[in-house]
Design a protein around this ligand. Structure first.
Ligand SMILES: *Cc1c(COP(=O)(O)O)cnc(C)c1O
Length: 415
């Protein structure tokens, strides 16, 4: 990899060689961060080159990605998700400029596809035919889908509370699914033991430094879709912390390579009763404490985050803000996204937007600021919560009197 210098430890700063099996720092066990040669990247690609590419996937940013030049892009078309100027929603929230990046529109319907596409590419570089991970649900379904398309086998560990939509995806993609009678913390531990024992390729995002490099492509796309003129803020929901860390890394890479001339402030959104990363970031420290996993937003119900350091640094380095949202605020954001913008988000997918709304109400963001809100997962993944958020339809007998009666009850304006 001519564009990669190595992997730097986020704790002790030691540089190690970046090979496909690289996991954590051999010296101290810290999480690694892939380091690039930005002069090399600059010599290989310009903003203008980018505009002429017709690869509408995350692999259009190859020069910024840690893969061998000869490694083929995986088969599922991941990335280049829709980017909307959300004027109705901006008006509703009382702000000038808001964009929605809808990453629920990915092959398996979440942002996690970006990490899984990278995982599959690296597993193939490593010569492995089996990949495993533990996940709150979306990392699992995306790994299973991306692997199936490449003919790789998968072992997936999920906590028993994983929503049925995600489990249905896993089974459909042919994964061996282990539903663990315990929480995400228990699930992560048993998966790590199994991966060690059987030598599978490890797609646990915090342990495998390449995966965040896949996730960072959402930031590269946002910048390109903004024609390289960055907004003031980018909001994202946070569980383990890999996504927010990836988003920040993506913007820093673009800045270092001279593609953008301003870095956005990162808005980190967590659930009010499960916010270990935000609690630490708000206190300006890397020291965090575990919390119970108490929220309906299963994808961010992470009481023991696996990537706290990169996540907290994303907030602190960017001069960002932290917002914690209740389950009711998340349900409200699901309705607002749907009704103002036609975007269907799962609870964790809408949490970022809930955070934007709350931050505006609390005066943390000026009304003339420009904001991107990333929707990280699709609402079809968790229809039970969608119905809780949006309500039931009118139940009527098949005759006009019953219909008129039902309309009278709701005071229907179209009648
Ligand atoms: C995984 C996930 C997140 C949070 O990402 P982390 O890397 O765990 O912080 C947010 N939203 C959705 C839909 C997810 O699947």
């Amino acid at each position: 990899m001519k564009n990669v210098i190595g992997a730097v430890c986020t704790i002790c700063g030691k540089m190690t060689e970046a090979n496909p099996n690289t996991t954590v720092c051999p010296a101290c066990g810290g999480i690694l961060d892939i380091a690039y040669d930005y002069d090399y990247i600059k010599s290989k690609v310009t903003k203008e080159d980018m505009a002429s590419r017709n690869d509408n996937s995350m692999w259009r940013y190859r020069e910024f990605l840690p893969v061998e030049e000869t490694t083929a892009a995986p088969k599922l078309r991941v990335g280049w998700s829709p980017f909307y100027k959300a004027d109705n929603l901006a008006k509703y929230l009382g702000i000038d400029t808001l964009y929605i990046k809808d990453d629920g529109i990915n092959p398996t319907a979440s942002l996690k596809d970006r990490a899984s596409s990278m995982a599959v590419a690296k597993a193939i570089e490593a010569g492995k035919d089996t990949i495993a991970c533990s996940s709150t649900g979306n990392a699992a379904s995306s790994l299973a889908g991306n692997s199936a398309a490449m003919g790789l086998k998968t072992y997936i560990f999920v906590p028993e509370r994983a929503p049925i939509g995600k489990v249905a995806q896993l089974k459909t993609f042919g994964a061996t699914v282990i539903s663990v009678k315990g929480n995400y913390e228990d699930t992560f531990r048993i998966s790590a033991e199994a991966i060690d024992r059987w030598g599978w390729y490890n797609r646990n995002a915090a342990i495998n430094p390449y995966l965040m490099e896949g996730k960072k492509t959402v930031a590269l796309e946002i910048a390109e879709q903004l024609n390289w003129k960055m907004t003031d803020y980018v909001a994202i929901s946070v569980g383990d912390g890999c996504t927010i860390g990836g988003v920040w890394k993506g913007f820093k890479d673009l800045y270092a390579a001279g593609f953008i001339d301003k870095l956005p402030k990162i808005i980190s959104v967590q659930a009010a009763l499960c916010c270990p990363i935000n609690t630490a970031a708000a206190a300006g420290t890397l020291e965090w404490s575990p919390m119970p996993e108490d929220t309906i937003a299963d994808s961010i119900a992470v009481g023991v985050p696996r990537n706290p350091v990169k996540a907290i640094r994303a907030v602190l380095e960017s001069g960002g803000i932290t917002v914690n949202v209740t389950d009711d605020e998340i349900y409200e954001a699901m309705r607002i996204l749907g009704r103002t913008s036609g975007v269907f988000a799962e609870p964790a997918g809408a949490a970022g937007t809930a955070g934007v709304k709350k931050a505006i109400e609390q005066g943390l963001i000026p009304k003339d600021a420009s904001i991107v809100s990333v929707v990280t997962g699709n609402g079809l993944k968790d229809v039970n919560n969608a119905i809780k958020a949006a309500g039931q339809p009118l139940h009527v007998a098949p005759d006009m009197d019953a219909l008129l009666e039902a309309f009278a009850e709701i005071g229907d304006p179209h009648k």
